[in-house]
Design a protein around this ligand. Structure first.
Ligand code: NAI
Length: 331
């Protein structure tokens, strides 16, 4: 039998946490034959709610779930974890300055980086979900220097899946027949959802999305803005931010990273830029990646047209500015 994998979820008493932990316990993240031990962290005001989630996990009698650690102690939470999904953070409240929110999150990610660095299992893989996701991941990377940079990522898979969903609805094809969209850059409204290399499985073979969606105007306009602003649209409709789709996408992100992407398919992940596609090195930026043997590789050599170039640069500029803001919070 396989040894259990320890999976940390921070902010586990929150909305995404509540959707995510049962998925992990059911094998959605790591596969139906992989036992797991859940580590759940939240802060003291949420301790009672967190314990309630633990009680429900016990009550659900998940066969794959071999243990639950529910704690407000960062060190206990991080000890020996193999996967860390960082959902906890400080939300932006009405009237708050961007810098104040950044400063709270920089402090959180700096201290959690140290705890992971000291106490997580060797080769622990980290996924940051909490916003500002790319910059929180960058801070985590900077303050956990012994964790290899290839092990630190942020979630843009939700945006990627949203783009697949929009194409599927537009063409009236199953979403599983659409592949190879790309989310470039920041998990924010400056992200660039790119369909220039995406394709659809049809009875006559694989066809480019560009050839099937005759309406260029839709591809250049509404498609992009719908994906960029989908988070806000969900908040408007639900009066709460995306949770089930965020949780499901976090599972997709880790599953593909650990178990590999299907042949001929890439996904989007926020990863440490090495300068590919002339994106400044040293940003956590969303790229198209393939995964094999537990490691991601940026897809190389895709032609980038002039319009796309501008959009890649715009979102990089925003990330550079966020990075500066984050650093100014450190001093
Ligand atoms: P939520 O407010 O329901 O839950 C957040 C939880 O984090 C709360 O239980 C809170 O007590 C906890 N928390 C706060 N500080 C913490 C700390 N220092 N350590 C551990 N836990 C802490 O929020 P929700 O809806 O679950 O969203 C979580 C985060 O995910 C937010 O930052 C949100 O903006 C982000 N998000 C990111 C998405 C992405 O695609 N990257 C998509 C959707 C949400």
């Amino acid at each position: 039998a396989k040894q259990p994998v320890r999976v940390l979820v921070t902010g586990a008493a929150g909305q995404i946490g509540y959707a995510l932990v049962p998925m992990i316990a059911r094998g959605v993240m790591l596969g139906p034959d992989q036992p797991v031990i859940l580590h759940m962290l939240d802060i003291a005001p949420a301790a009672e709610a967190l314990n309630g989630v633990k009680m429900e996990l016990v009550d659900a009698a998940f066969p794959l779930l071999k243990g639950v650690v529910a704690t407000t102690d960062v060190v206990e939470a991080c000890t020996e974890v193999n996967i860390a999904v960082m959902v906890g953070g400080f939300p932006r409240k009405e009237g708050m300055e961007r810098k104040d929110v950044m400063s709270k999150n920089v402090a959180i990610y700096k201290s959690q980086a140290s705890a992971l660095e000291k106490h997580a299992a060797a080769n622990c893989k980290v996924l940051v979900v909490a916003n500002p996701a790319n910059t929180n991941a960058l801070i985590l990377k900077e303050f956990a220097p012994s964790i290899p940079e290839k092990n630190i990522s942020c979630l843009t898979r939700l945006d990627h899946n949203r783009a697949l969903g929009q194409v599927s609805e537009r063409l009236n094809v199953p979403v599983s027949d659409v592949k190879n969209v790309i989310i470039w850059g920041n998990h924010s409204s400056t992200q660039y959802p790119d369909v220039n290399h995406a394709s659809v499985k049809t009875p006559a073979g694989e066809k480019p999305v560009r050839a099937l969606v005759a309406n260029d105007e839709w591809l250049h306009g509404e498609f992009i803005t719908t994906v960029q602003q989908r988070g806000a649209a969900i908040i408007k409709a639900r009066k709460l931010s995306s949770a089930l789709s965020a949780a499901s996408s976090a599972c997709d992100h880790i599953r593909d990273w650990v178990l590999g992407t299907p042949e001929g398919t890439w996904v989007s992940m926020g990863v440490y830029s090495d300068g590919s596609y002339n994106v400044p090195a040293g940003l956590i930026y969303s790229f198209p990646v393939t995964c094999r043997n537990g490691e991601w590789t940026i897809v190389q050599g895709l032609p980038i047209d002039a319009l796309s170039r501008k959009k890649l640069d715009l979102t990089a500029e925003e990330l550079t500015e966020e990075k500066e803001l984050a650093y100014s919070c450190l001093s």
